[in-house]
Design a protein around this ligand. Sequence first.
Ligand code: 4AD
Ligand code: MG
Length: 431
Amino acid sequence: MQDVFIKDIDKYIDKQVRLKGWVRNIRHSGKLLFIILRDGTGELQTVAFQPDLGDEKFELAKRLTLESSVIICGIPKPHPKKENVYELAVSDVMPIQIADEYPISKKEHGPDFLLSNRHLWIRSQKQWAALRIRHSVYYGICNYLNEQNFIRFDSPILTPNACEGTTTLFELEYFDEGKAYLSQSGQLYLETGIMSLGRVYDFGPVFRAERSKTRKHLTEFWMMDAEAAYVEHEENMQIQEELIRYVIRYVLSNCKLELEILERNVEALKAADAPFKRITHYEAVEFLRQKGSDITHNKDLGAQDEVLLTEDSTVPVFVERWPQEIKAFYMKRDPENPNLVLGDDLIAPEGFGELIGGSQREDDYDLLYSRMVAEKMPIEDYQWYLDLRKYGSVPHSGFGIGLERLVAWISGVPHIRETIPFPRMIYRIYP
Ligand code: 4AD
Ligand code: MG
């Protein structure tokens, strides 16, 4: 007897197989028992016929409940009417555990109930699909970077200093060393890595003690930071664009079923695999004010601005060359206008907001130092970072992708909380 996964079932037509999984659904009618089995790789309709199974086994099988664990043996057959659909003609059923009455049913549950039952909710079909798309987005990103000679360089989570300003730091006591912080982004460490390895990336959890209660914010999320030596602003955006387009194609070819389950408009996704738009922050503000926004030239885009900016666009939009006063200390000054920095934000279409934050980095010691002093940063904590500008400084750039934001857009899941196994938000830490 061959143990197989449901995703491979078409390779075993008319052969005896054994499947191990859980009951997604069960119903019986007369001498027939229909169990929809799921095994993590997919779902399959199984059909047991009382005379084939024997009365005793048939009665035992009828006692299976939703989400009971079970091993089912049988012979895969093509569905009589539907193409590329298969059924299992059951020869044996072995219950492993009869599940208690399952709390999640077909009826509508509120988000709070579902989040409190996240440990069970992840079994639902849509959650299964979203988590599988997350997996593919993750591998798409890694594959692209690997092909482009980026070396994985893991940055620490416990850090002595801030990367993205001090207002969103999670703080903790670190033995006798004083305060430590949970990393907001590995970027500063990646900048050290390029001086050894040329092109590097990290991928891991980062933390923001952000009081934002929106569908786009988590307090713990996964970030991929990439950094490359001798890459300047233009090329930095090119890499970001190629990467996102690669991931779109990767998910479209690997997650057809998942996108269908989530009712994602795949035409919109295909349309996004085309040259991205570029607009300066200045032009964006002018455009938004015409559309009725009250944004000004020294302001970041609000959520509504991001929607207005992209509502007529089928592709993501780069907003570049930002006022330095509203961007992080490490961004390089625009040689054409010292009030601006060579930063870019990539805004998703369809209202999914900012996917990427990136920039060319300030590589001049004196300019960086004076900016840090102006921002009253504790220079002694960042001496290692300043050192990079003393020992073989090079023009360099990088960017960070919020994995959950990208998964939300690609899968069309409107709330970021469904794109990570256990979302952490200001009002939720259980389970
Ligand atoms: O724009 P951010 O803050 O950029 C950085 O942290 C840079 N140091 C990255 C780099 O250059 N290596 O964050 C990058 C991305 C955002 O564009 C967004 O997609 C995501 O991280 N992000 C969040 N995702 C979920 N919840 C939050 N609270 C997020 N804050 C940022
Ligand atoms: Mg940002």
